[in-house]
Design a protein around this ligand. Structure first.
Ligand code: HPA
Length: 298
């Protein structure tokens, strides 16, 4: 069973997490919002319990565009389409199958989100982070977040992997005001980078620049984003990492560079390119994710 049992966080399905979360959110975000969220999370947890899903997990992984096949590395115990989970958002993007998966990796219970939620699909930022809240509620000791991203850094090539050092949000405020914004990615990013190197994988470390999407960027925007220090650009992950930090959940983000960002090659960007690049690197990605899940330095 899960090594998560020993993580001391004590937030399994049977814990009083709902009450805690409601109070915490109420203080930060207003009581209507908190009530609604508490209700939604309660429905999700009740449903998972009714399906016999694990009550406690060791780690969770959010799988980005084209990376859903990682679940093949797990000995599956449950695979539940998002559409069957009450109050759960539905993923509408091609290349994201939309299922919540539970399985074992060398005796550790893992939850995988095959398909994620984007602001550009019409969800509120708060809904896009429901997977992070669920991970926390099930007592995970860590969260791995992957995504497909465009390379802004001119030395990046299609198929490269990048461990996210920092995020850049050039737009408006994304989350409700929170005083609990503690950056917790640095140590984990250091570790992810070392683990990748130990595996003989060449990876970058860089800044992930978040855009709302759904349209790809203009050449001028990419030029500006490079000047701002962005190395890769994408439409997910930033809010998920921020929410994990707010909850005190160690999280690391890994980007797969699926295309050169707009205007670099002069070719139009398309979603097929994203899927092809993901396919080519999926084995390396799986090795890195599995090692990070099993790694006990975080
Ligand atoms: N821009 C934004 N998001 C992306 C890209 C891109 O070039 N590639 C994959 N996701």
């Amino acid at each position: 069973m899960s090594g998560g049992l020993g993580n001391g966080l004590g937030r399994g399905l049977d814990s009083d997490f709902r009450g805690d979360l409601g109070a915490e959110m109420g203080a930060e975000m207003g009581s209507d919002y908190a009530e609604n969220l508490t209700k939604k999370m309660g429905e999700i947890l009740d449903y998972l319990r009714s399906q016999g899903c694990p009550k406690q997990i060791h780690a969770a992984v959010i799988l980005g565009s084209g990376l859903g096949e990682y679940t093949e590395a797990l000995e599956l115990s449950h695979s539940i389409p998002y559409s069957e989970i009450p109050s759960f958002p539905q993923s509408t993007v091609e290349g994201h199958s939309g299922a919540l998966i539970f399985g074992e990796l060398q005796g550790h219970t893992i939850m995988a989100f095959s398909g994620r939620f984007h602001f550009y699909e019409g969800y509120g930022i708060d809904e896009t982070v429901i997977p992070v809240r669920l991970t926390h509620a099930l007592g995970a000791s860590k969260l791995l977040i992957s995504n497909a991203a465009g390379g802004i850094n001119l030395s990046y090539k299609v198929g490269d992997l990048m461990v996210i050092d920092h995020i850049i949000r050039p737009h408006r405020r994304m989350m409700q005001q929170s005083t609990r914004w503690h950056w917790n990615m640095k140590n984990y990013a250091d570790l992810a980078f070392s683990v990748a190197t130990e595996l003989g994988l060449s990876v970058h470390r860089g800044n992930y620049l978040y855009v709302f999407g759904p349209n790809y960027e203009t050449k001028a925007e990419i030029h500006a984003y490079r000047a701002m220090g962005g190395d890769a650009v994408g439409m997910s992950t930033a809010a998920e990492l921020m929410e994990a930090a707010r909850l005190g959940l160690p999280a690391v983000g890994v980007s797969l560079i699926t295309n050169a960002a707009a205007g670099i090659t002069g070719q139009a960007l398309n979603h097929d390119e994203v899927k092809e690049a993901a396919n080519a690197r999926k084995e390396d990605f799986a090795r890195l994710v599995s090692r990070l899940i099993l790694e006990d330095r975080v």
